[in-house]
Write a protein of this length. Structure first.
Length: 233
């Protein structure tokens, strides 16, 4: 089946891409919406423009469009973009968000194509463990919930981070995978990447109980280089 994969560069969309590639789907392209406001209901805002590097890293074409980020209008923008593609299905990284899945399902129904959600209703802890087992290199680029502090910005998701996320989830009732918008991520390397992303310049922005790591400059580099240093700054 020929599919397009909704991609943000975050862990869930890249894991969904990894799975469908392994399942034999023919991925025609990645699809990204670039919201013009940070409180978008549907789409990632911080560092979304790095999805160009992600697409290049995995060796797939990228189809993207800007959206106002206004509730429901952004769904129409996505439908217009997908409607231009010659695909039989759309893949998303939805895990438990009915808001997100319902709207993507409706788009696919209108376009008479299939909505594919490889991660849907899987246990969040299992997803994080799979990411670790696959040796994804994932950093946290934004935190927006009580319990997180500035030290989480730029932090790599490893076994210790997962243990602490479990504790935060139990204490503050946050989504373990951040699907409620509690935190956002960026994948710098994964098995399907032909090159890895290296961050050259960034800025940490913190206000009240939330903050983001804004990547100002990054590049792709060969995976043959020794070591795993993802930050020059």
């Amino acid at each position: 089946m020929r599919v397009a994969v909704l991609a943000t560069g975050g862990k869930d969309s890249i894991l969904a891409l990894h799975r469908v590639l392994n399942q034999g789907y023919k991925v025609e392209c990645l699809v990204s919406m670039i919201p013009l406001r940070e409180d978008s209901w549907m789409f990632h805002y911080p560092n979304i423009r790095l999805v160009d590097l992600v697409a290049e890293a995995v060796g797939l074409p990228l189809v993207k469009a800007e959206t106002s980020g206004v509730k429901e209008e952004e769904v129409e923008d996505l439908e217009r973009l997908i409607g231009k593609l010659d695909v039989e299905g759309v893949v998303s990284g939805a895990i438990a968000s009915n808001y997100q899945k319902t709207r993507i399902d409706n788009i696919c129904k209108e376009l008479n194509i299939k909505s594919i959600t490889p991660l849907w209703h899987e246990k969040p802890l299992n997803i994080l463990k799979e990411i670790l087992n696959l040796r994804f290199e994932v950093i946290i680029t934004g935190v927006y919930a009580y319990g997180f502090d500035k030290e989480w910005l730029g932090r790599r998701i490893n076994e210790k981070a997962v243990e602490e996320l479990v504790k935060l989830s139990k204490k503050y009732k946050i989504s373990l995978v951040g699907e409620g918008g509690e935190y956002e991520t960026l994948v710098l390397d994964a098995p399907l990447f032909k090159k890895r992303i290296k961050i050259l310049e960034f800025e940490e922005i913190w206000e009240n109980q939330s903050g983001l790591l804004l990547v100002k400059k990054a590049r792709l580099e060969s995976k043959e280089k020794t070591g795993k240093v993802y930050f020059d700054a």
